[in-house]
Design a protein. Structure first.
Lengths: 116, 115
């Protein structure tokens, strides 16, 4: 089993739809959860982050963490064609030593297309 | 510049040649990471620098891969005797500090094609 699993898609939705992107993980030590957005031929950029369990909202985006189920979600409301990108979840245990480089564990990404 | 800069953006090389990929991180960022991203796949960790030291090289796939960082700034990833399976996008990211906390700032990547 991979440490972080994510449906690779592609996922196609019509403009205005609600999008749900999800990741599951196996390491219960993860405490810091992130979503990165990667446009085609660009580097990933941080979209949202949350600590521990709960919800966090930022405009049309909501990040949700359920540590008991080891499951995180990103919801996009009123999706726009400009949201078309690959969305990567990432996680960290935080309490690892500073000399450990694999702190951030990334999912494979879900490719999303929002059709006008 | 304000962001992480990588060069070259594209590199096509013949099998067996050596290549050098360069990363200019954000000024003041002590942590620097190299990742590899194959087509349709996630980010594969290669190496982590804290300052000029590389405490974690565990992700380098073979001894053909090496990296260095100087002046707590520029980093170079070198791939010797390139193979076709080395074809991928090589992403560099920097962060204010290591330890798995904070934001990773990525460059746009160097797209390597080995013929």
């Amino acid at each position: 089993q991979k440490e972080v699993e994510q449906d690779p898609g592609p996922l196609s939705v019509p403009e205005g739809a609600i999008v749900s992107l999800n990741c599951t993980y196996s390491n219960s030590a993860f405490q810091y959860f992130m979503w990165y957005r990667q446009y085609s031929r660009k580097g990933p950029e941080l979209l949202m982050y949350t600590y521990s369990s709960g919800n966090k909202e930022d405009g049309r985006f909501t990040a949700q963490v359920d540590k008991s189920s080891k499951y995180i979600s990103l919801f996009i409301r009123d999706s726009q064609p400009s949201d078309s990108a690959t969305y990567l979840c990432a996680m960290s245990a935080l309490s690892v030593p500073d000399n450990y480089g694999q702190n951030f564990v990334f999912g494979p990404g879900t490719r999303l297309s929002v059709l006008p | 510049g304000a962001g992480v800069s990588q060069s070259p953006s594209n590199k096509v090389t013949e099998k067996g040649k050596d290549v050098e990929l360069r990363c200019d991180p954000i000024s003041g960022h002590t942590a620097l990471y190299w990742y590899r991203q194959r087509l349709g796949q996630g980010l594969e960790f290669l190496i982590y620098f804290q300052g000029n030291s590389a405490p974690d090289k565990s992700g380098l796939p073979s001894d053909r891969f090496s990296a260095e960082r100087t002046g707590e700034s520029v980093s170079t990833l070198t791939i010797q005797r390139t193979q076709q399976e080395d074809s991928a996008v090589y992403l560099c990211a920097s962060s204010l500090s290591g330890g798995g906390f904070g934001e990773l700032f990525f460059g746009e990547g160097s797209r390597l094609t080995v013929l």
